[in-house]
Design a protein around this ligand. Structure first.
Ligand code: SF4
Ligand code: SF4
Length: 340
């Protein structure tokens, strides 16, 4: 067992705390586990990790927490991390749509965001004043190395936790993946090192307490005091505004109308009803439903439809920056026209 390394800063309870804000499917839970194991097994610290999430469906918010302490100090606290020394944000859509993921920061906190934007631009967009803000294009790295967003983020977060040995984190990755998924190990390690060396930092001088962010506990829309009788949904169309695009891992299906034979195999396997149909004609001129395309707002990039299509009318393509191709908008208009 290694001698415990010194923690650079702790809170009043003696803990160094990390919060990972993510979306189901990006691997923040695994990243938190690996980080905690690396601290305990390879840096001699005491550590704990736990996560909170709602339904386990891809695309829902996930938080993973890591707490470190000196080896002589026990950790008997399993409450969510409200004031993180390091905050990792696994998808920039999270922070751009909901600033509460940034709550609880100290002035000396370090924030790492999965984004192609440079950290200076990101800092301006967010208007936060933490000491160090880093960005890393974790999704691009994941796509290029055949790994997941979490490994590049793990690399960048390890860099932010200067007391952790990166070699120790690599050993923890080997422990976690080497036996169960040996074929994925090399790509994951490459992604880790690319995240570690590739994170870009923007640092400013912030005096202690100058820009601290109060912690805001996210409140559910309906709780036990406000839920309708029997849990009835009284508002129709509650899934209309759901946006699953943040779940994608760098690829999405492209629809090639010329090849499509309207067999609907894609629609049968799609978990999120992304396929948009309209009344038209089959090849013999008879009335039939014709596939118009994909509504990318609901597509989480699982690519099951690509596998299912018998005539290669769906192909996997890399996702463009931020949003899917422009015909998504056309699809939305199409749906509105159909419904309205
Ligand atoms: S990749 Fe295909 S099957 Fe998966 S959610 Fe998107 S449209 Fe549906
Ligand atoms: S599975 Fe392929 S051919 Fe069949 S409807 Fe879907 S896109 Fe068209």
């Amino acid at each position: 067992m290694p001698v415990g390394v010194a923690l650079p800063v702790t809170n009043e309870e003696g803990f160094f705390e990390i919060r990972l804000e993510s979306i189901g499917g990006l691997g923040a839970n695994v990243a938190g586990k690996i980080l905690a194991e690396a601290g305990v097994l390879y840096s001699g610290l005491n550590g704990s990790n736990f996560a909170s999430y709602g339904s386990e469906k891809k695309g829902t918010p996930v938080k993973s927490f890591v707490r470190f302490a000196a080896p002589e100090k026990e950790i008997r606290n399993a409450t969510p991390v409200e004031r993180p020394h390091v905050l990792g944000i696994f998808h920039e859509a999270l922070v751009l749509s909901d600033k509460s993921v940034l709550s609880g920061l100290y002035s000396h906190s370090v924030v790492v965001i999965n984004s192609r934007k440079d950290p200076e631009t990101m800092r301006e967009m967010l208007g936060i004043k933490v000491r160090r803000l880093g960005t890393v294009p974790a999704l691009d790295i994941a796509t290029e190395t055949g790994s997941r967003t979490n490994m590049a983020m793990l690399g960048a977060i390890t860099k932010a936790c200067e007391f952790l040995s990166p070699e120790g984190v690599v050993e923890a990755i080997r422990d976690a993946l080497g036996t169960r998924y040996p074929q994925m190990l090399q790509g994951n390690l490459e992604a880790f090192w690319r995240g570690y060396h590739g994170v870009k930092w923007h640092e400013v001088t912030v005096s202690e307490g100058e820009a601290e962010q109060p912690y805001v506990r996210p409140q559910p829309l309906f709780g036990y005091e406000t839920a309708t009788l029997g849990g009835t949904l009284v508002r129709p169309g509650t899934t209309w505004n759901k946006d699953m695009s943040a779940s994608r891992q760098g690829q999405l299906p492209e629809f090639l109308r010329d090849k499509c034979i309207d067999c609907a195999q894609c629609d049968l396997v799609c978990p999120d009803y992304c396929f948009v149909w309209e009344m038209g004609q089959d090849k013999k001129g008879r009335p039939a439903m014709v596939l118009k395309g994909i509504d990318y707002q609901y597509c989480k990039g699982c690519l099951k439809c690509v596998e299912a299509c018998p005539v290669d009318a769906l192909v996997a393509i890399p996702e463009a920056d931020g949003w899917a191709p422009e015909h998504r908008v056309q699809q939305r208009f199409s749906i509105i026209a159909t419904v309205g």
